[in-house]
Design a protein around this ligand. Structure first.
Ligand SMILES: [Ca+2]
Ligand SMILES: [Ca+2]
Ligand SMILES: [Ca+2]
Ligand SMILES: [Ca+2]
Length: 314
């Protein structure tokens, strides 16, 4: 969450600084006939090839020879999506890579516009440059920001806590407008006015798996605020040392979760500062994540999103 002090900071920054604008199942045919032992040997080989040891929807042989995934680990890259789902569920999780951490976010807006392309690019590049390792040689995280609704109707201020009435809080918006939650997507709402714990001075709020934020014209401020609130949505909580506080300098705690870093930077900490918490590693390996319900036997179930969606920079 971001408090009133942050609003003052925005004003100062805007006044003093020029920001950049704004299926293949592996069915192996077994030959019959031949010498006395040959069929058994071939059958054994065929069974081995068709075996899906880890139950992720891909046979061991496909994992070894086609996808370079681990036949004994259902989720080779540890991002919550089983290997078979990453390979086969293009509609639910487009451009997923079974060998890289993928994070999917549905972005709705009560405004006519959503995240600007420059803000989106800043966020995507920040995750791409994250100092975390994937299976194989690659580093970084692929965040997929999926724009869904715009011009949603808000009933005034959007609160971070559940409230009576419809359109009053972020949970209303997710309940009524989230298209992809069962596919394991986070939900972020852009709106005109956000309140945290009833306090209207806040400009953004993040709760587990969900966030709301006001939108600013500045690309840098918008992207930075997104990173901050989305950090909360992933489990970087305010009770942890330095988060939503101003008592550490940016050198001591080099993170957008530090109020002294908010609006000025994008990145989470890598554990080399005084606070010493590797937030990028937490994001890659231990973040709070929406349940992935649209999976069955390692691959897409009928609950998977079947409608085409627009994905940008993902
Ligand atoms: Ca498998
Ligand atoms: Ca596997
Ligand atoms: Ca995976
Ligand atoms: Ca992946």
């Amino acid at each position: 969450m971001v408090r009133v002090g942050a609003i003052v900071l925005v004003t100062v920054l805007l006044a003093g600084v020029v920001f950049p604008v704004a299926g293949m199942s592996s069915q192996v045919n077994t030959a019959s006939g031949g010498g006395a032992d040959t069929p058994d040997v071939q059958q054994a080989q065929a069974d081995a090839n068709a075996t899906d040891t880890d139950g992720d929807g891909l046979s061991d042989s496909l994992e070894r020879s086609v996808y370079d995934t681990d036949p004994t680990d259902a989720d080779t890259d540890g991002d919550g999506y089983p290997d078979g789902m990453e390979v086969r569920c293009e509609q639910a999780i487009p451009n997923a890579d079974p060998l890289r951490t993928d994070i999917y976010v549905e972005v709705d807006s009560t405004q006519a516009t959503t995240l600007s392309d420059p803000a989106r690019t800043s966020i995507v590049e920040t995750f791409e440059n994250a100092p975390v390792s994937n299976p194989g040689d690659s580093t970084g995280i692929d965040i997929h920001l999926v724009t869904d609704d715009t011009n949603l109707s808000a009933n005034g201020t959007v609160h971070s806590k559940s409230r009576p009435g419809v359109g009053n809080d972020i949970y209303d918006f997710r309940a009524n407008h989230s298209e992809y939650r069962s596919d394991g997507y986070y939900y972020v709402l852009l709106t005109d006015d956000v309140a945290y714990n009833g306090d209207d001075y806040f400009v953004g709020a993040g709760r587990p798996e969900i966030a709301a934020m006001e939108r600013f014209d500045s690309t840098k401020i918008t992207a930075s605020l997104f990173m901050h609130e989305f950090g909360h949505a992933m489990g970087l909580d305010a009770y942890q040392d330095g988060i939503d506080e101003e008592r550490y300098s940016r050198t001591e705690y080099d993170s957008v979760m530090n109020y002294n870093g908010l609006y000025r930077q994008l990145s989470y900490s890598n554990g080399t500062d005084s606070v010493g918490r590797n937030e990028w590693q937490f994001v890659a390996e231990n973040r709070t994540q929406p349940a992935i319900e649209c999976v069955e036997n390692g691959t897409c179930s009928s609950r998977c999103t079947q409608t085409a969606k627009v994905t940008v920079n993902g």
